[in-house]
Design a protein around this ligand. Sequence first.
Ligand code: SF4
Ligand code: SF4
Length: 138
Amino acid sequence: MCSFGHNGVFNPRLSSVSVIDYPESAVTIPLMCLQCEDAVCQNVCPVGAIYRDKNDAVVIDPAKCIVCKLCVNACPLGNMKFSPITRSVFKCDLCGGTPQCARYCHAGAIVYVDPHEDSDRKKRIADQFKEAFSEVKS
Ligand code: SF4
Ligand code: SF4
């Protein structure tokens, strides 16, 4: 849904949502941008092309971007991507406040919550993430 919403085609390589597959453990983990409070992708951009919009999404201004790809290398989770098709970088922009992945997830596994939620909840989610990764590794 992500690539279709943004590009009009169904192509996982153009999706801002990645799915990490651990076949030995029969586990798959969806990975998406955390819209980091201190976003390293934004910090490294030499031309100030990355900013935070009114939905608290970290977004790219294509008019300013010089496609140096520093942000692609900087994101520790690989959530900033380069498209060889459009020759541009892209990331989750929360679809302007109505994320289509959450809207169309038939299992209800993706939920969009208020980005201004309290930090305790964010910490709990981060802890659950860490726990899930450590279980997969062990
Ligand atoms: S692209 Fe990466 S560094 Fe930038 S806000 Fe998303 S998760 Fe954080
Ligand atoms: S690719 Fe564009 S958004 Fe990313 S760091 Fe370079 S200029 Fe900034």
